[in-house]
Design a protein around this ligand. Structure first.
Ligand code: NAP
Length: 340
């Protein structure tokens, strides 16, 4: 490492994802020259604790990006659309958690450890994929390299924390009112989330899929460099779980697949942890995954619906691999590869 350590900014430092970014920067012992914490005017001046010390939150504006080499951003799409081009112009590498730039052909969409080489193409902005896409990429990349994906069907069971702090509080309040038989008027979701599941995440597109579902299709193709011939269909469902997205995945491959070889492959895949032994009822659940870094995979079996098909269940902490952890890992790669 010959380059001087970077000056870092965390934009959206007071939010659900922002706070997790701070935890992971500390956990991963990321080295930097300086660090600052940005949010909106609402939180500017408030104190934030990082590495045992209190820091003052600064309002994000043009000047705030002066001298910043790397910005880890999780402040919503509109904020990113406003500040990413400004930051990039000032020479900052803007790593964005929102969906604003994910499908922009000039912006690499990266899962660290999956398509790191795409980082070299950045022009100042790097996008972090949607949470349901993110957790699937580590096991899928390994399987694709060996067996070549032909078609995939995914059903998600997504935690409320994926919709921010308001949704987390709504699950608690809605559950309490249900238990005492009181009526509840939902705000974060279209229907009551307590003791319920909701088959809609984000708005509907013309083809009847939701935007969330189309993100899985389009972002997977971009990250794994799949062409249009690889067919991907997703149904995204919100469930009353605080942290941890689950996914039921059915994949058809070009090459013949053996279930035991696939298990061995996933056992040795970086970032993936196998929880797969039905004789001891071992399989992943969101409660086990919350607060942890790996993507857990289990219920692996040869498909009886597809030739050369494999079914599996995949669970991960949506705030970590689905957002903050991957953002920090991208920043670490940018530092390691001296791309700032
Ligand atoms: N939650 C997830 O699982 C997840 C996963 C992947 C991606 N994301 C994306 O990450 C972003 C943040 O999500 P979240 O769940 O952390 O939301 P959140 O808890 O509502 O936090 C939003 C953060 O953005 C800041 N902010 C809002 N408007 C701003 C502005 N105009 N200028 C500067 N800062 C501003 C807020 O600061 P104040 O304190 O000043 O309001 C706060 O720090 C979103 O784009 C979301 O789509 C979330």
């Amino acid at each position: 490492m010959t380059k001087e350590l970077p000056n870092i900014a965390v934009l959206g430092a007071t939010g659900v994802v922002g706070r997790e970014i701070l935890n992971i920067l500390e956990e991963n012992k990321v080295e930097y020259k300086s660090i600052k914490f940005l949010a909106s005017a609402r939180s500017a001046g408030s104190q934030i604790e990082f590495k045992g010390e209190k820091h003052t939150v600064i309002e994000a504006n043009e000047q705030a990006f002066e001298g910043v080499n790397i910005c880890l951003a999780s402040a919503g799409g509109e904020t990113s659309k406003k500040f990413a081009p400004i930051a990039a112009k000032k020479g900052c590498v803007f790593i964005d958690n929102s969906s604003a730039f994910r499908m922009d052909e000039n912006v690499p969409l990266v899962i660290a450890g999956v398509n790191d080489e795409d980082l070299r193409k950045h022009k100042g902005i790097i996008a972090n994929p949607n949470c349901s896409t993110s957790q699937l990429m580590l096991p899928l990349k390994a399987l694709d390299e060996k067996y070549k994906v032909k078609r995939m069907i995914v059903s998600t069971y997504q935690a409320v924390s994926g919709a921010g702090l308001k949704a987390i509080n709504e699950l608690t309040d809605n559950t309490k009112t249900n238990l005492v038989g009181m009526p509840y008027e939902p705000e974060a979701f279209k229907y009551e989330i307590a003791f319920n599941v909701i088959p809609q995440i984000d708005v509907f597109c013309e083809n009847g899929y939701t935007k969330e579902e189309m993100k899985v299709t389009n972002e997977t193709r971009k990250i794994l460099h799949f062409d249009e011939n690889v067919k991907i269909s997703c149904t995204a469902v919100r469930v009353p779980v605080y942290i941890g997205h689950s996914e039921s995945v059915s994949v058809e491959f070009e090459n013949e697949i053996n279930e035991n070889d696939a298990k061995e492959l996933l056992k040795n895949t970086w970032g993936v942890e196998l929880r797969d032994d039905i004789s001891t009822f071992t399989y992943p659940t969101p409660k086990d995954a919350a607060g942890k870094n790996p993507v857990y995979v289990g219920r692996i079996r040869k498909s009886i619906a597809f030739d050369n098909g494999l079914d599996f269940f995949c669970v991960a902490d949506n705030l970590r691999i689905g957002a903050a952890l991957n953002t920090v890992r991208i920043a670490q790669k940018v530092i390691e590869m001296e791309l700032y």
